[in-house]
Design a protein around this ligand. Structure first.
Ligand code: IMP
Ligand code: MG
Length: 178
């Protein structure tokens, strides 16, 4: 299904709500990872704004790796076929990996990345997502940190795009067609 045009619909999560939740997640991660060798693995491009805000709320020494995965194109439903376009730059063996993602929908993207990184023997691997859309899950993925649960609607803003647009919206909105 290809949507020719999308429009910004109703605001679902405000800037203030996001900021508050990011602070809470940062505090939890800070206490959970005290003494760990923490590596944030930020998934391009959608998670960059979340990572940027969240990482500044984690009061620990840490490093960041960026990875890029594709499965979507300009469509609003997952193909289930995932490809790694950019890999982490260094070894993750013995490190505590925290994957940072914008949204989990079918779960295919996250399962692919998680399984790939687990073969490289990190000490631990957990997942932190801004948004969870559980109604559309096709594969089971345990999520360790979740910002918000969203209904089965296509959302944009705060890093999330439709056809590469709307990532710069400071809040999360519903996308409407037509
Ligand atoms: P999954 O593999 O179906 O879980 O899809 C995850 C990826 O699809 C995310 O990283 C997003 O890039 C994209 N995605 C899923 N749902 C939405 C949405 O509602 N808005 C924007 N992107 C989405
Ligand atoms: Mg994404």
């Amino acid at each position: 299904m290809k949507m020719a045009e999308g429009h910004i619909g109703e605001e679902l999560i405000s800037e203030g709500q996001i900021a508050q939740r990011v602070r809470e997640l940062g505090q939890r991660i800070t206490s959970d990872y005290a003494g760990a060798d923490l590596v944030l693995v930020c998934i391009l491009k959608g998670a960059t704004i979340f990572w940027s805000d969240l990482s500044r709320r984690i009061d620990l020494p840490l490093t960041t790796e960026f990875v890029a995965l594709s499965s979507y194109g300009d469509r609003t439903a997952s193909s289930g076929v995932v490809r790694l376009d950019l890999d982490v730059s260094g070894s993750i063996e013995g490190k505590d990996i925290l994957i940072i993602e914008d949204i989990i929908d079918s779960g295919h993207t996250m399962r692919y990345l998680r399984d790939k990184l687990l073969t490289r023997n990190p000490t631990s691997l957990r997942i932190c997502v801004l948004l969870d859309k559980p109604s559309r899950r096709e594969v089971e993925i345990p999520l360790d940190y979740v910002g918000f649960t969203v209904p089965d609607v296509f959302v944009v803003g705060y890093g999330l795009d439709f056809a590469q647009k709307y990532r710069n919206l400071p809040y999360v909105a519903r996308l409407t067609s037509g």
